[in-house]
Design a protein around this ligand. Structure first.
Ligand SMILES: CC(C)(COP(=O)(O)OP(=O)(O)OC[C@H]1O[C@@H](n2cnc3c(N)ncnc32)[C@H](O)[C@@H]1OP(=O)(O)O)[C@@H](O)C(=O)NCCC(=O)NCCS
Length: 220
């Protein structure tokens, strides 16, 4: 298989990385709507830059990796790993997090997932560690390149980083990833499930079922 994992992410890579995410999450509006361009449009450069900034994806505590087809140079998959020194959800008061880049139709639903004592927050509390931990995020494979081992390479990359740091790794796994055993095959275990968005509170907006999974660091 001609795949290579690379942490060498150039600024110009982000457009294609987001294009992959956009396609990969096309059936999950709660996530898709958070990406640059919102629900209906593909990512646009100016939004990508803003989004990266807001998420802090270029800060020193975030590692990113892409899977590249060694023969064509094409980027096929992408993931980020945020090293969190502390668990922000443990004992924290409701915070005041805003996402101006998110579609206005769903912005309140998305902000709700971070600002309220809700199921998602309970999932983070279930981590039961003050920190540090490594949060694997935004993992997606271009639909045209799925089932070829790209995501598995990224999960192994994340496991290697968290083992090197001696930190617990966590991921909010999608329904599909859980069904495929993407994380459990690399030693992650489920600790909680939640609906990303409360469909009763936000009618018409498809909720998203996620499984919070953790993997304790192992000796190298
Ligand atoms: C979930 C996802 C990342 C998997 O990516 P991928 O590159 O196809 O994954 P891999 O090729 O490494 O496959 C991992 C395992 O899942 C299995 N798998 C992948 N797609 C599958 C499918 N459609 N049906 C059944 N099994 C599948 C593979 O067979 C493989 O199992 P194996 O290790 O026993 O061979 C991809 O489907 C995706 O981007 N989905 C949408 C976004 C998403 O859910 N991201 C995860 C966020 S937590």
């Amino acid at each position: 298989m001609p795949f290579i994992v690379s942490q060498d992410i150039a600024d110009e890579d982000f457009d294609s990385l987001f294009a992959i995410q956009y396609k990969a999450f096309s059936n999950q509006p709660a996530i898709k709507a958070c990406y640059p361009g919102g629900l209906d449009e593909p990512a646009r450069s100016e939004n990508v830059a803003r989004f990266i900034n807001i998420l802090g994806w270029k800060r020193s505590n975030v590692a990113a990796a892409k899977v590249v087809d060694d023969e064509t140079g094409e980027i096929c998959a992408f993931a980020t790993m945020r090293v969190c020194e502390e668990n922000p959800f443990l004992c924290a008061p409701d915070s005041d997090i805003h996402f101006p880049q998110v579609d206005k139709e769903i912005r309140s639903a998305v902000e709700w997932t971070f600002n309220t004592k809700n199921d998602r927050r309970r999932s983070f509390e279930a981590l039961q560690v003050p920190g540090p931990y490594c949060h694997l995020q935004a993992l997606g494979t271009d639909p045209a390149r799925q089932r070829q081992g790209a995501a598995t390479l990224l999960v192994k990359w994340a496991v290697r980083i968290s083992d090197e740091k001696g930190s617990r790794a966590m991921v909010e796994a999608s329904k599909d990833a859980t069904k495929y055993g993407l994380y459990s095959k690399q030693g992650f275990r489920p600790i909680d499930t939640c609906n990303y968005v409360d469909e009763e509170k936000f009618p018409g907006f498809a909720g998203m079922y996620i499984v919070t999974m953790v993997r304790d660091a192992q000796d190298k």
